[in-house]
Design a binder for this molecule. Sequence first.
Ligand SMILES: *[C@@H]1O[C@H](CO)[C@@H](O)[C@H](O)[C@H]1NC(C)=O
Length: 379
Amino acid sequence: MYHLARLSLITLSCLALLATRAAADELDEVVGDIPAPATEAPTAARSTQFAPVELTFANYRTEVMLVALAVGLVANYFYGSQANAALSKAWERPIAEVLRQNFSLVGDGTRVLEWDSAADMLFYASGRRHCKFAQGHLMLKARQDALALLNDLAANNQERLEVEVALNDDEAKGFVFAAVPRKRSKALSRDRYDIATFAKAVSSDKVPQRMVLLSEHADVTSQLLDCGLSEKLAGDDALLEELIISDSPAEKPDSHDFKREKKLTAVIRLPQLSDANLQRFRETLAFVFYMVDFVCEGIALRPETVRKLGKARDDAFKEFARMAEHEKQEALAKTLAEKRRIELEEVGKMSPEQRRKWEEKDRKRQLKKEQGKRVRRVR
Ligand SMILES: *[C@@H]1O[C@H](CO)[C@@H](O)[C@H](O)[C@H]1NC(C)=O
C-alpha cells in the first residue's frame, strides 16, 4: 500500500509540474498578444484571445502524455506486484520446508513469509537447538515500482535471501569469521567493528577468486572450510554469497556494558526458477542451519586457539574496562562533592566561633589528604 501511495504521489507531482509548465506556455502566448496596437480593432483581438482551443492531439499533447504515464505506472504497479507474488510463492516452498524441518515454530503457524512490501518478504522462526531464533528477508526486484526498478538495475542489486541466526551465547564458540565477495570485503572490513578489530584477510586455495576470507585464526578457517563451506562457495554459480559468524558487535560500542551477542548471517542468491535450482537453494539454506550446529558443537578448537581468541578480546575490550573504571571514579567524585556542598551549607549557618573551629579542623583534614597523596605518588 505504501508503494501505491508513493507512486500516486510521484504521478501527481509530475502532473502538477507539467501542468504549471503548460499553463506558463499558454500565458506566454497570451502575453505575447498584448503588444498588438490597441488602436487596431481591440474587439477583434479580444475575440481571438478567448477563442476555444481546438480539441486536437497537438493542443493537448502534454495532458495526453501525462495521462498515459499515470496509467502506465499504475498498470506496472499491479503487474509487478502480481509477478512478485508469484515469485515469492515459488521461493516460499523450499524456505518453509527447511524451516519446518529445523524449527518448531515457523512464522505465525500458518504463513511463513510475511509481506513487508511487494518486493520484501520476511520470515521468523524459533525453537531449535543452539539458537534463539532465525529471521530472514527475501528481497525481490521492485518490479512494481518503475523508479526503484531502475535504481535496482543501476546498482546491480541481486534478488536474494538474507538470513540471520541468533546463536546461543554459551554454546557458540567466540570468534569472527567472514566469507564475502571480493567487492564487498573492503567496505566490510572498514565499516564493521568486529571484522575490523579481530579479522584479517587470509588467502586460501579452497575458495574461488571472487571470494575473500576474513578470519582470526587458521584453526577456525580450516575447520569451517572443511565442514562443507568450501564446496558451498565453489563454482561461479554458487548460491551462498556471504557468510559471517561473529561474537562481537558489528558497530563499535559506546559504553562498557555492551551486548555480547553471537550471530551467524548468510546471504543466498536467488537463481532462475527451475527444479534443479530450487533444490540447490533448499540445500544451501539447510547448510546455513547446519553451520549453526557446527559452530556450537562440531568445531573443536585447539586450547591455544581458544586462549588466543580470549586474549584478543581482553585486549580489544580493555578500553571498555577503562571506561567502566572511569565511570566509577566519576560517580565517587560526584558524591564527595555533594557531601562537601551540604557540609559548607551547614557551616554557613554556624556562629563565628563554631565556624572558626570547623575551618581549623578542615584545614588539618585537607593537609592530611595532601600528604597522603604525596606519599602515594612517591611510592
Ligand atoms: C534442517 O533441515 C534439513 C533439510 O531440510 C535437514 O536435513 C536437517 O536434518 C534439519 N536439521 C535439524 C537439526 O533438524
